[in-house]
Design a protein around this ligand. Structure first.
Ligand code: PLP
Length: 400
């Protein structure tokens, strides 16, 4: 048939999708698979947000919405940035899109030229890399060490920036490592960035409310006013309010960039549906007590899972300070054989054998630009987490 675009063929297939597909196929034939592979909160969304969506639909917000969002949501986002992040944006500095994911896409589409470089601390959320590649940019990973809790070293960042760098991506708390960059570290990173005025900075803070004390969340745009004209602070309602399916993300940044992103959006998806926007506004403006409750639950789960992982043969695990993942190293298992006779020569081989033999689905670290690791999501009930860890412990104990 007719050809597909070369840029698409150059994109690697998603390891997450491969594992999820395999898990689904096993489940379809009756295997009891436990899935710790997806990054989706297992909580219900806030009731008042659901009601706001219902009301919006009833009251007629059912036509094409404004591309850059309804004023009510833009105002709620401005309040949120000021309240939580100490950031003041006027309405022309706020972008709204179909999830944080689409804002990332719009931002990169609006700025990247083939051959540009995008610096990304590794391990990283895979969409940064794939979206950059889609626009012909080269990903420049900066490896962050497990022994340093996957914090980005400012010297490592400085060494990675070249005249071709167009973006530096920061993601604290991090998916998949759970690293949280302290205010001091962010200031040091900001100092490096101040020396490179040709670089845009994406600060993806979508997990900001899922930070475990004594770690604390800070926004680089607030800490480093000198960067204000080139930081895009990205966020959304998916993680904090368990509203993944509503597809609402938002960002605050320089008006020039926000305008360019809106132009992209005008030609692709237009604006987010009215009921979804009103649900997001209600979540941002409503009571925040549930966010604190979810944080406490995620923290207890983190403790549970990391304790179990650290007791497994061949596994080490840094302590995540935020988000809802654990990112253990399987270095101590490499080169060994599973009870089913599989040679574990990579994290992909480990994840495949774990799924086939122990029926636990996790994502191999290679999908996040770091090996040999696994990403386990802790967005699951205690019973599921306990049973998955018990199966994985057995799997590790039986390695040859
Ligand atoms: N940023 C990070 C680090 C994520 O893990 C995700 C979702 O998995 C997103 C952004 C985007 O989420 P959404 O598009 O649902 O807003």
């Amino acid at each position: 048939g007719p050809p597909l675009a070369a840029r698409l063929e150059a994109l690697p297939a998603s390891a997450t999708i491969a594992i999820t597909g395999k898990a689904r196929a096993l489940r379809a034939v009756g295997v009891d698979v436990l899935s710790l592979s997806i990054g989706e909160p297992d909580f219900a969304m806030p009731e008042h947000a659901l009601e706001a969506a219902h009301r919006a639909a009833r009251e007629g917000l059912t036509k094409y919405p404004p591309i850059d969002g309804y004023p009510a949501l833009r105002a709620a986002i401005a309040r949120k940035f000021e309240r939580d992040n100490g950031l003041r944006f006027d309405v022309g500095q706020i972008a709204i899109g179909h999830g944080g994911k689409q804002l990332l896409y719009n931002a990169f589409a609006a700025t990247l030229e083939p051959g540009d470089e995008v610096v990304i601390p590794a391990p990283y959320w895979v969409s940064y890399a794939l979206t950059a590649q889609l626009f012909g940019a080269t990903v420049v990973p900066v490896d962050c060490a497990e022994a340093e809790d996957f914090a980005l070293r400012p010297e490592g960042l400085a060494a990675a920036i070249t005249p071709r760098t167009r973006w530096v991506v920061l993601n604290s708390p991090s998916n998949p490592s759970g690293a949280v960059f302290s205010p001091d570290l962010l200031r040091a990173i900001g100092q490096v960035l101040e020396a490179h005025p040709h670089v845009w900075v994406l600060s993806d803070e979508i997990y900001e409310h899922l930070v475990f004390a004594p770690a604390e969340h800070a926004s680089i745009a607030a800490l480093c006013p000198g960067l204000r004209d080139r930081v895009l602070t990205l966020n959304g309602v998916s993680k904090a309010y368990a509203m993944t399916g509503w597809r609402v993300g938002f960002a605050g940044g320089p008006a020039r960039l926000v305008r360019a992103m809106a132009k992209m959006q005008g030609h692709t998806t237009s604006g987010v549906s009215g009921p979804a926007q009103m649900a997001a506004a209600a979540a941002l403006d409503g009571p925040q007590q549930r966010v604190r409750e979810m944080r406490a639950v995620y923290r207890a789960r983190r403790d549970r899972v990391v304790t179990a992982l650290r007791a497994m043969q061949g596994i080490t695990c840094a302590m995540p300070q935020g988000a809802f993942y654990a990112f253990p190293s399987i270095a101590g298992c490499l080169g060994r054989r599973s009870a089913g006779g599989r040679l574990l020569d990579s994290d992909t081989a480990f994840a495949e054998a774990l799924l086939d033999e122990a029926h636990v689905a996790v994502v191999p670290g290679v999908a996040f630009g770091a090996s040999p690791y696994l990403r386990l999501s802790t967005a699951a009930a205690d019973e599921v987490l306990d049973e998955a860890c018990a199966r994985m412990a057995r799997f590790c104990a039986e390695l040859d």
